[in-house]
Design a protein around this ligand. Structure first.
Ligand code: APR
Ligand code: ZN
Ligand code: ZN
Length: 361
């Protein structure tokens, strides 16, 4: 039996999204049908709608989601109907070289649902990041579902599905921030603010938040930053060095994705420090550096993929910390909105005062 549900669809490049009725099939082998309770609005959704990822319109948007498994297909044993789950966009294969080497976040052959969701006229939909959760129900691979404690609010839990996990993971997984470390976070939007939170969780002694927007810096301070630097009128590298006894930070997280901030991150680290690149640049961006600085400055340069997270390890752990009051995921939920407000949320994204708008169903 197929299900008719309401969902947010991006029909063509740059066109505003529309609320439509779509058809979601019952789960086949290895698949799960999930009743969505909440889904955060991410920059990547807008990127899809603008045609910046690929041209496979119409897209079904939304990927930072939590909900309840309604039914599962043949062979599914890890999740069952009634489970409260957070969705992730990478159900890893467990068999490729990346998986076997213990780095499944680089998995070469991630799994999504095989069956297609469609518009009423039969047109096949492309679920963004293999999820499509701005919808009352969506179909995913069972491996994209991670069961977590039902006591968590869906709006907060869903955020772990993407941006907040990317930021927390950039600090604790990729950067390996440890007790007593000094950390600088360049760019304190949703991802950077989450890196501040991750650093705080990991016991960093000094957390320097850098942004060009005072409101973002204020939020970062509430989330655990010990120092803030507005790099609009201050040299970020100088300021970070000054705040770290002239050395630079043990870990620098770049969460903007621009050449000038990549450069700042490179020079703001301690000689033996680590630079974590979680901000995603565009294809035409380039960085020029004196080779002697690359050679002479030591340390480690790492990019962070989805916070180098393992959903089955990290989601339940972070939800436990949230329920204990040690991780304030609610602070990331700036506003909750209805399904038909996604387009408005895209507009507000640019005004800069929103960490996350979250659709609650
Ligand atoms: N220096 C410092 N901060 C800057 C600069 C700059 N030159 N330019 C922009 N910023 C700040 C913005 O003020 C904003 O607070 O960077 C932040 C970017 O945040 P968001 O737009 O909310 O983006 P976010 O969702 O946090 O993602 C940041 O990480 O995962 C990637 O694709 C994502 O590249 C994006 C980045
Ligand atoms: Zn996202
Ligand atoms: Zn794999």
């Amino acid at each position: 039996m197929a299900h008719q549900v309401r969902a947010v669809v991006a029909r063509g490049k740059g066109a505003p999204v529309s609320l439509e009725t779509i058809i979601v099939p019952d789960p086949g082998p290895g698949e799960a049908l999930v009743k969505i309770e909440a889904c955060g609005v991410c920059h990547t959704d807008l990127h899809y709608r603008e045609g910046g990822i690929n041209d496979e319109f119409p897209f079904l948007l939304g990927h930072e989601a939590a909900g309840v498994v309604e039914s599962v297909g043949e062979g599914v044993t890890d999740v069952a109907p009634g489970d409260f789950v957070i969705l992730n966009w990478r159900a890893v294969c467990g068999q490729c070289r990346a998986c076997l080497r213990g780095r499944p976040w680089y998995c070469f052959s991630t799994h999504n649902a095989k069956q297609k969701m469609t518009l009423l006229d039969g047109t096949e939909l492309s679920p963004a990041l293999g999820i499509g959760a701005f919808a009352e129900k969506t179909l995913v691979a069972a491996g994209q579902c991670t069961k977590v404690d039902r006591a968590a609010s869906a709006a907060a839990a869903g955020l772990l599905g993407c941006g907040v996990m990317a930021g927390i993971g950039a600090a604790i997984n990729t950067g390996n921030v440890g007790r007593g470390d000094s950390v600088a976070v360049i760019g304190c939007g949703g991802v950077g603010a989450a890196a501040v939170v991750g650093s705080h969780l990991a016991g960093a002694a000094k957390i320097i938040a850098v942004d060009i927007d005072d409101a973002k810096l204020e939020t970062a301070r509430k989330l655990g930053a010990t120092h803030t630097v507005n790099s609009k009128d201050t040299d970020a590298v100088e300021a970070i060095r000054e705040l770290t006894g002239g050395f630079g930070a043990d870990v620098v997280v770049e969460a903007v994705g621009r050449p000038e901030t990549y450069k700042q991150a490179f020079y703001a680290r301690d000689l033996a420090g680590t630079v974590v690149l979680v901000g995603v640049p565009t294809p035409e961006m380039k960085l020029e550096l004196p080779l002697l600085d690359v050679f002479g400055r030591g340390g480690t340069l790492k990019s962070s993929w989805y916070g180098d997270c393992l959903p089955s390890r990290d989601f339940p752990m972070l939800i436990d910390l949230y329920l204990q009051g040690r991780l304030d995921l609610d602070a990331f939920v700036t506003e909750t909105i209805a399904l038909d407000d996604v387009e408005k949320a895209f507009e507000r994204m640019h005004q800069g005062d929103v960490l996350r708008s979250v659709v609650v169903l």
